[in-house]
Design a protein around this ligand. Sequence first.
Ligand code: SF4
Ligand code: SF4
Length: 160
Amino acid sequence: MKKVLIDLSKLRALDNCQMEAIDPHLLKGKTFKTIRELASFWFTCRRCQDAPCISVCPADALARDANGMINRALNLCIRCKSCITACPFGTLMNDLFAVKTEGYNYYDLNNEQELQQFADAYDDEVVRIVEFDAKPEENIYKLSEKVWIKDITWSDSIDN
Ligand code: SF4
Ligand code: SF4
């Protein structure tokens, strides 16, 4: 089965990310979350015990879920970026929570054509189509059935 492999560190280094991807299977209720946001909280975030991102948030929009992962409530977030600044590990990208409308593309990665289009929109070293299994030994982890994320994680305790 084809999957999209996203090198999160390289994606993070891009100045202006004009393409986002979503995976409807990862939506909780009707919450719209991009792959970049989910991957950042799942793999890059160090899950600080005192979580400065949570304490600095003026809207109480950040909270831990049952797995200890940080979750952002879209209906509460006022996109002030305080959490991005407060995070000592650079987990969150500067444009991650911006409202993107005109000229912006969201790709549904459960659609084969859009999966390919999303991959084609980036250099291969950033996003590409692969057919191999997740390889934790190469820092390649499963985010969903269609999405592999390459990133240096802080913990080897992530269940893949
Ligand atoms: S951008 Fe502001 S309101 Fe939104 S989660 Fe971060 S700190 Fe909270
Ligand atoms: S401050 Fe950064 S690393 Fe720490 S819990 Fe928040 S997002 Fe994760």
